[in-house]
Every structure is written in C-alpha cells, then in structure tokens.
Design a protein around this ligand. Structure first.
Ligand SMILES: Cc1cc2nc3c(=O)[nH]c(=O)nc-3n(C[C@H](O)[C@H](O)[C@H](O)COP(=O)(O)OP(=O)(O)OC[C@H]3O[C@@H](n4cnc5c(N)ncnc54)[C@H](O)[C@@H]3O)c2cc1C
Length: 511
C-alpha cells in the first residue's frame, strides 16, 4: 500500500473538476478523495428551496462522473460538517484538506471558523484558495482592483490528468468506507420543486449554456438585457453555474477572450465586440459585490449605512409582504415577475431590481425579509451580490442613486405588447393590452363583455400606485439629506466604493 499522505478535497459551491486549484493541489500531494456534505443547516436555512436541491443533485451526478474519470472517489454524506469529518478521519486518516474560500452567509461563515479550529486540533493541514476576484481580510478598496485582476487574469489551472502521477488511486484505501449517496427530496420529507422551467444543474448543462451564448445568443446581449420578453434568451444565464461553481469565472473570461479574438476581421466584429464588453463588465461587478460581503459579513443583516436603521422596520405589513410573495399585488408586471421567478428560478436584472424596489418603496417593506424570500427562489443565489443589490435597490447604502421603479412605466417600456404579463398572469390574458397596466381601471362595459371581475379574477392593487410612489420618494429623500446619513456614506464609500465610479444619491425621473 502506498505511504503517500491522504488528502481530501472538500467540495462546496465549486462543483467542477476543471480549473480547480484545491483538487490540483491535493492530487500533487497524495492519495486523493473528494467529499461533498449535504448539511442540515442549509436545508433549514432561509436560502433553501427544493429547486436549489435539484440543481445540486444534477451537479453532483456530473461531478461524481468527472472525478471517477480521474480515479478520484466522491464521498457524499448528509450531516453537519464536523460530524462528517470526525467520522471520516477515523476510517481514512487524512492529513490534508483542500477547499475553495466561500463568501457565504452567517451559518457557512461560522461553520468555516469552527472547521478551521477542528482541523487544527486534529493536526490536519487545511488550505483554502480564492475562487473569485475576492480578497480576504481587505480593509478598504484602495488596492482591490490589483488583487482582483491578479486572481482572475491568470492562466487556467492545468487539467488534473496532466499532473496525476498515476500512483495508486485512493480507491484501494477507501474500500472500507461507503461512498454514500445524496438522499432524495422525498427521503428528506421535502416538497417537490415548483421550478418547472428551471435550468438544470451540472457541468454538462453549464458548458452547453456558456457555449450557446458565445455561439449565437450573445450577439444581442445588450439589447435583450432589460426586457423580460427577450432576457431569458439574450442574457448569458450562466449565473447559477457561477454560483454553484459548475463554471469557473476565469474559465468564462478565457472563453470570452477566445470569442473576442475569433470575431476580429469578420463582418460581425463590431456587434460582437460591443456585446462582449458589456458582458465582461458584469463579470467584474460580480466580484466587486462579493468583496463587500467578504469585507463586512454583517451586511447580511445590517444596513450598509447604519444611519438608515429605523427607516422601515416598524412599518412592516405582513399582508403586503404576503401579496408580494404570492404574486398577487394587483400590479400585473410585478406579479408576472414573481410568478416567472418561481417557475424558472431566474429573472433578469432589471426585473429583480423592480421587484425589490417595489417591495421597499411602494409597499414600504424592510429589505431583510424580502431579500431572504428572493434568495431562496434565485437558483443563482450569491450572498455578496444579493444582499448588496437588495440594499442598493432599497436606498439604504447612501452611496448609490435612488431608483424607484414605476411598474406602469416598466410595463410600457419592457413589455409593451403584454406578452410577458399574459404568459405569467393568464387570468389577464383576455384583457386589451392597454388595460394590462391597470386592470382595475378596465372600463366596466369592457370588463363585463369579457366576464372579467376585479377582486374575483385578479386583485385590486394593494396600494395606490401614485400615492405610494410619492410618499416613498418623499420619505427616502428626507432620510438621505440627514447629516448623519451623509457622514456615514463617506465611510461606506471608503470601505466599499469602487475606486472608479461617482457616488452621490441623485434624484431620478420615474424609471
Ligand atoms: C435584488 C437583486 C438581487 C440579485 N441577486 C443576485 C444573486 O443572488 N446572484 C447573482 O448572481 N446575481 C444577482 N443579481 C444580479 C443580476 O441580476 C444577475 O447576476 C443576473 O441577472 C444573472 O443573469 P445572467 O447570468 O444571465 O447575467 P448576465 O447579464 O449574462 O451577466 C453575466 C454574469 O455577470 C454577473 N452579473 C450580472 N449582473 C450583475 C450585477 N448587477 N451585479 C453583480 N454581478 C452581475 C453575474 O455573475 C452574471 O452571471 C441580483 C440583482 C438584483 C437587482
């Protein structure tokens, strides 16, 4: 039997073998096995939803197959990390654990701290590597861009089979250890998923989605971004694959560069180049936002600008929250977005921003419960992006422009023919397009001729559109003008602001 040390690769939200530094390092050191732990803490958390589980299930099938090709067994366990590692070390005395850094939510953060000290107590060397352009322990953003570029602008890590020395694979050592399998939703007593149109998880689907974007879909990227009618096809849709780590961001940047080179000198060069640049800038934002949570984990719970404490908390109305969650607010574009999100596990940026802004302004709901509700429905839930965006769209950072979306205007601009609203609110399908903005204002004789009754077929608007908009605008700008808010905003900017942009709250026309 080989005397080489035993290494474990702890897979979390990095479910691939390609461009995977922890796996590479483990293989270079010794006999390697991999482990994925389905943690009850996740299942009990606000971020869990059955659709997320199915995405994970598919991802693990691909991961297991890909690891098998490299001769690396994947151990799957259900339990808390500390219990699982305690069981494994007794049967398979590993000396090294390799993993990617995770900028997660509170429970993963605490788990990682606990595991770090447990590994130390067991004399196991635990090494983590960054997977995004995010720097641990950063105090402010002065040198962040350099860090980010260094992490992302690198060559891809070599394929594992190029370094695997064909020493006796870990299988022989692991014979006595059951590899285990993922329990099903049913085994866990969990309901089936309502995400009937969700993208499937796994490496194969991830690569297919990325390639279809660079092959053709991406050429209309920028013009398709904002409308929910065009965005499902025109956006890259890679976000869940980045969040679950089926794709590495460096790999995406590298494919992007290949595409850019391949169109040079062709008739489509200009069109592709413009669209690729837009796409690339968003990939950089990805890391910019995650860095905020890495530097200040409290923003999962606290206002980025603490001087906004007390803005909305005491005015929370459960009835409004429930109507928003159920897609029953009486504002068709809002309800259509919520229902589409529940079926697909995805909606485009502008509609996410509108959903969040509507909840925070017109319904005047605190961002914490609404952000948590959205998180479980986003297959691409990425805490750093999510909580930062939720706070930005709720006006509590003090450093971003205030945007109060008007659902009426968004309908006219983004769904002028009512295609999207009719698809996800079929009870409104028979109305004339002009009545889809405000079904409660459908002339009575038209409503009667269509046998359409507001209150029976579709709810009355839960708030007055004009009044709620103007009241919210007045309140938020009053708070923004406070000297304490402005003073705190300067500190926020120093800590989190990108060193490029201009950051002053500005009064916007309705958007
Ligand atoms: C309230 C709110 C919550 C959000 N929560 C999440 C989240 O949990 N996870 C998440 O990945 N994105 C989140 N976003 C950002 C954005 O909506 C999604 O990244 C995007 O819609 C994903 O679709 P795509 O992959 O087709 O994006 P594309 O437009 O094709 O962009 C490519 C990639 O760039 C990154 N990206 C795009 N837009 C942004 C952005 N505004 N900020 C940061 N990164 C961006 C994503 O990684 C995305 O996959 C949120 C936005 C809002 C307004």
């Amino acid at each position: 039997m080989s005397t080489r040390p035993l290494s474990l690769v702890w897979f979390k939200k990095d479910l691939r073998v390609c461009d995977h530094r922890p796996l590479l390092e483990a293989c270079q050191i010794g006999q390697t096995a991999a482990v994925y732990i389905l943690e009850p803490e996740w299942i009990k958390s606000f971020e869990f939803e059955s659709g997320q589980f199915l995405f994970l299930e598919k991802s693990l099938i691909d991961l297991k197959n890909d690891l098998r090709k490299l001769g690396i067994p994947l151990i799957i366990r259900y339990g808390s990390a500390i219990t699982v590692f305690s069981e494994l070390i007794k049967k398979w005395p590993f000396s090294f654990v390799f993993s990617h850094e995770e900028t997660g939510v509170d429970w993963t953060f605490k788990r990682d701290l606990m595991m770090k000290s447990w590994f130390q107590s067991q004399s196991v060397q635990f090494t983590e590597y960054p997977q995004f352009g995010v720097k641990r322990g950063l105090k402010n953003r002065d040198h962040w861009l350099k860090h980010r570029n260094r992490i992302l602008n690198r060559a891809l890590h070599p394929e594992i089979n190029q370094v695997w020395d064909s020493g006796q694979p870990a299988w022989t050592l692991i014979k006595k250890l059951e590899l285990g399998h993922l329990p099903s939703l049913q085994d866990l007593g969990l309901p089936p998923s309502e995400k009937i149109f969700a993208l499937k998880g796994g490496r194969t689907e991830a690569v297919k989605t990325l390639h279809s974007f660079f092959d053709s879909r991406g050429q209309n990227y920028f013009s398709s971004l904002s409308s929910p009618v065009t965005a499902f096809d025109g956006c890259s849709r890679i976000s869940p694959y980045l969040s679950w780590g089926n794709l590495s961001i460096t790999e995406v940047l590298s494919e992007l560069e290949n595409k850019r080179q391949s169109v040079i000198g062709t008739a489509r060069e200009k069109k592709w180049t413009q669209n690729l640049s837009q796409f690339e800038s968003r990939l950089w934002w990805h890391c910019h936002f995650i860095q905020k949570l890495e530097s200040e984990p409290e923003i999962e719970f606290e206002n980025v600008n603490r001087m906004f404490d007390g803005l909305r908390e005491s005015e929370f109305e459960q009835k409004k929250f429930q109507a928003w969650c159920d897609g029953q607010t009486g504002f068709p574009i809002i309800d259509a977005c919520m229902r589409a999100l529940k079926q697909h596990g995805w909606i485009n940026f502008r509609m996410r921003a509108m959903l969040m802004s509507f909840a925070s302004y017109q319904l005047w709901l605190d961002w914490r419960p609404t952000a948590r509700f959205l998180a479980k429905h986003f297959l691409d839930f990425e805490p750093g992006i999510h909580f930062s965006q939720a706070q930005m769209q709720s006006g509590v950072t003090g450093i971003n422009a205030i945007r109060i979306y008007s659902p009426q205007k968004q309908t006219l601009d983004r769904d002028p023919n009512g295609e999207f609203v009719r698809k996800y609110c079929p009870e409104l399908a028979k109305l004339d397009t002009c009545d889809l903005i405000a079904p409660h204002l459908t002339p009575p004789f038209v409503a009667a001729s269509l046998d359409f009754k507001i209150g029976r077929d579709y709810p009355e608007p839960i708030v007055d559109p004009e009044l709620s908009y103007h009241q919210a605008k007045e309140k938020i700008f009053l708070w923004h003008k406070k000297a304490s808010v402005q003073a705190e905003a300067k500190k926020v900017l120093l800590k989190h602001g990108s060193r490029k942009a201009r950051h002053f709250p500005t009064q916007k026309r309705p958007i």
